[in-house]
Ligand binder design. Structure first.
Ligand code: ZN
Length: 284
């Protein structure tokens, strides 16, 4: 199953992407894709609803804006330095345990929405990442059982303002949380929709030039390991997002560094999880 949300920002309707790529308006299902939905067995009920009603349910208008494919979650947790080549390009050590940081949930935006260069920012950078959406409350979960707590996976661009992140003191969260810095989607796919999620190709281009090309196979800590690890330190709630880290090829890693400016276009994708496209603009 593939979950989407479409419509103007803040007023998106929940939807389902059918096998033929057609988006169905699931408003009649009666729930949006939020904590109560995921935590209340919503995925099973939605699969049943889609089988029964998918064919006759109203279609989403072609070309409708896509919002983030889930409602605002309780938290967005990010994993730092989870690819060896990326750790090297930033001059960091290879982590022995996952490096974790938070991203404000107000950073969430639609997959093709504009990204704003924040006031005082001049070092906006890209990071293609695989994001996990939690399906069941997780606390002290063993890696062997971690996938039972995963609703699905989706594409994420973990934008950063490097000057806020690295030059202004304190924690990375400062440079990760600006409005529009978490374009999520186009859709959340359940694991059965994907091939082996441990081997998904991932890529990112800026103005048509490839900057990042890798595979989820190169992650140091994989999806089950990360869900299990995080659940030792905090309760993961249904709908929570875990962004699993980026491979080499971020702007910071180039000599000299390359940062985004107004007018640039960033495109990215992960096998089976679709693609997204953001135009960079000054914050309106
Ligand atoms: Zn990241």
């Amino acid at each position: 199953m593939k979950l989407i949300r479409a419509g103007e920002a803040g007023r998106e309707r929940p939807g389902v992407l059918l096998a033929d790529g057609i988006g169905v308006d699931a408003s009649e299902f009666g729930q949006d894709w939020d904590e109560a939905f995921f935590g209340g067995g919503g995925m099973d009920r939605l699969a049943e609803w889609t089988r029964r009603e998918g064919v006759r349910a109203p279609r989403l208008p072609a070309g409708a804006r896509l919002g983030p494919p889930i409602c605002r979650p309780s938290k967005i947790i990010c994993i730092g330095l989870n690819f060896v080549d990326h750790a090297r390009e930033t001059g960091a050590e290879i982590p022995k345990e996952p490096v974790i940081f938070f991203k404000s949930t107000t950073a969430l935006s639609g997959p093709d929405d504009d990204v704003w260069i924040p006031r005082g920012g001049a070092k906006v950078d890209w990071e293609v990442e695989l994001a996990i959406v939690i399906g069941r409350r997780a606390k002290y979960v063993a890696a062997e059982r971690a996938l039972e707590h995963v609703a699905g996976l989706c594409l994420h661009n973990d934008y950063s303002e490097r000057s806020f992140q690295l030059e202004r003191g304190g924690q990375w969260v400062k440079g990760k949380s600006c409005d529009t810095f978490a374009p999520l989607g186009p859709f959340v796919a359940t694991l059965d929709e994907l091939g082996d999620f441990r081997k998904l190709g991932m890529w990112l281009k800026v103005n048509g030039a490839v900057k990042q090309r890798s595979s989820t196979a190169n992650m140091i800590f994989d999806v089950p390991a990360l869900v299990s690890y995080l659940s030792q330190f905090m309760t993961l709630l249904p709908g929570d997002v875990i962004s699993t880290g980026t491979p080499a090829g971020v702007g910071l890693g180039f000599q000299p560094p390359q940062f985004l400016k107004a007018g640039d276009v960033v495109e990215l994708g992960i096998d089976g999880l679709g693609s997204s496209r953001q135009r960079i603009v000054a914050e309106p």
